[in-house]
Design a binder for this molecule. Structure first.
Ligand code: FES
Length: 114
């Protein structure tokens, strides 16, 4: 039974071949944003497959993912299905979270200067 590990949360879950990365993220309680409920329409569920092989690109992914995305291992979590291999999947952190973290770091640095 293959295992899927999500980063940065480092949550690992056992998977059955054929399950989508999005389905597994829900079981593992890893937040991957969606608006189309897995219909390959919103493109919010992009993840990076860092290790392992998933199903071939779906027709929707072939139309909607750029060459650059594909070269970087980016897939739609709602379309990428687990095969027999273990996977490492990186879920992008939300932009809001990274903006807040940078602002807090800047504030910390300014306070140190005083
Ligand atoms: S959930 Fe909308 S594209 Fe995957």
């Amino acid at each position: 039974m293959p295992k899927v590990t999500f980063f940065p949360s480092k949550k690992t879950i056992k998977a059955r071949p054929g399950q989508t990365v999005l389905q597994l993220s829900r079981v593992a309680r890893v937040a991957i944003p969606t608006r189309c409920d897995g219909n390959a329409a919103c493109l919010l569920c992009k993840v990076t497959i860092e290790k392992g092989t998933v199903s071939s690109l779906s027709a929707s992914e072939e139309r909607k993912l750029s060459e650059r995305d594909r070269a970087r291992g980016i897939r739609l979590a709602c379309q990428a299905r687990v095969l027999e291999e273990d996977l490492i999947v990186r879920v992008p952190e939300s932009r809001l979270k990274s903006v807040v973290e940078k602002a807090l770091e800047r504030q910390r640095l300014e306070e140190e200067e005083w």
